[in-house]
Design a protein around this ligand. Structure first.
Ligand code: NAD
Ligand code: MG
Length: 386
């Protein structure tokens, strides 16, 4: 019996790495559903290649195009939010959550509520609805398998240990392309420079997040909900080589780490095959050739986004949702040349300072805060232009 997989965000960077692994292991896995934002052609190609049963676009205006491209294949074409949820609820053993941003929240939550195993790359879903999602997973019996490399590393290091034996988790961060850049270089950074990550090849949004280190801030919040440790027991450590993917310290002073070459196919393969393992084509680690591993404490004045994320985590309530939504808008503003690079964190901070929302009790309320934050930061950005 092949394991059935649904891939939310199949056309993206994580989606493509997942497809690559499934094609190499077609005797073990089959793809039942795939989704994408707007590219009918890209999605139809994937659906045909993988012989999927369902292909869903978020953009309803391209449904006819998708239907035409899939005519005669036996793959059903659909579009819109309800159809994305259908893909999350398809007859699959594992749902790969690889949509970027808060847009993935409802489908991920649907899969969690249905008790499916969710391999989670879409960290924004957990940042905005961590408590609701972990509670839903407890109720339904769903398993959350982290794909984010740091969280996957921690998951691997924790295997078989008791929660009370863990004293600290340590998230490593490469420091991104501006780790040692001069302030004037950072101030004038272009989207192209910000997206040129030294070690990983990823989608545009997470690449900019890595350059501001908001990515590590979001991961701090993600870790809080995945592993149930408070902020003061989650550290961030800069490690420019991206070889040690994260570490766990235990009460006896032992520290376990997971190492590997920076290739997302390693954590994705772990999630696909869990609790077993499968081979991947990832480059083997040659520690003698690497010869040294460096570590340093992050400089919060250089990376204010990391400070903002920790503050939002500690404030709790709506703050992580505001942080995430403001960041999504600010990053899009930077990629569209509306904001300068340092303004990403500045506008996120101003939005956090002006926002005053009660803690959400439901996913609808989470999405309402997300929407209200987007218009709040938009008005702050517009005001600033006058
Ligand atoms: P990407 O931009 O390459 O791909 C995003 C996918 O989501 C695409 O398939 C796109 O069509 C879809 N999408 C975008 N907006 C959508 C919308 N509004 N509605 C429905 N679908 C939409 O992104 P990525 O780099 O693959 O990252 C995906 C997620 O995984 C992010 O949350 C990211 O933080 C996380 N992640 C990525 C990596 C990586 O190496 N790329 C590593 C760790 C975590
Ligand atoms: Mg990561």
């Amino acid at each position: 019996m092949r394991r059935k997989i649904s891939i939310l965000g199949a056309t993206g960077s994580v989606g493509k790495s997942t497809l690559d692994l499934i094609e190499r292991n077609s005797d073990r896995f089959e793809v039942v559903a795939v989704t994408a934002a707007t590219s009918a052609e890209g999605l139809a190609n994937i659906a045909r290649r993988m012989d999927a049963k369902l292909a869903v676009l978020a953009d309803e205006s391209r449904l006819e195009q998708l239907q035409a491209l899939l005519a005669g294949t036996g793959c059903r074409a659909a579009a819109g939010e309800a159809a994305l949820i259908d893909a999350a609820l398809a007859d699959a053993e594992i749902v790969i959550a690889a949509i970027v941003g808060c847009a993935g929240l409802r489908p991920v939550m649907a899969a969690v509520e249905a008790g499916t195993t969710v391999a989670l790359a879409n960290k924004e879903a957990l940042v905005t609805a961590g408590q609701l999602m972990t509670r839903a997973a407890q109720t339904s019996g769903a398993t959350l398998l982290p794909i984010d490399s740091e969280h996957n590393a921690i998951f691997q290091c924790l295997a078989g240990s008791r929660a009370e034996d863990v004293s600290r988790i340590i998230l490593t961060a490469s420091g991104g392309p501006f780790r040692t850049a001069l302030p004037e270089t950072i101030a004038g950074a272009t989207p192209e420079q910000a997206c040129a990550h030294p070690n990983w090849s990823m989608g545009a949004k997470i690449s900019v997040d890595s350059a501001t280190m908001m990515n590590k801030g979001l991961e701090l919040i993600e870790a809080r909900y995945l592993f149930g440790l408070p902020s003061e027991r989650i550290d961030v450590l800069i490690h420019p080589q991206s070889v040690v993917h994260s570490l766990v310290e235990f009460v006896d002073g032992s520290v376990l780490a997971q190492l590997g070459s920076p290739d997302m196919r390693i954590p994705i393969a772990f999630a696909l095959a869990w609790p077993k393992r499968i081979a991947t084509p990832a480059q083997r680690l040659d520690l003698a050739a690497i010869s040294r591993l460096d570590f340093e404490t992050p400089d919060l004045s250089r990376f204010p986004a990391l400070r903002l994320a920790r503050e939002a985590l500690e404030a709790g309530g709506a703050a992580p949702i505001v942080l995430n939504a403001a960041n999504e808008v600010a990053v899009a503003g930077f990629l569209g040349n509306r904001l300068r690079f340092p303004e990403i964190a500045e506008f996120v901070e101003r939005t956090l300072d002006s926002a005053d929302f009660p803690a959400p009790q439901t996913i609808d309320e989470v999405l309402e805060i997300d929407r209200a934050t987007r218009s709040l930061i938009e008005s702050l950005m517009t005001e600033d232009c006058h």
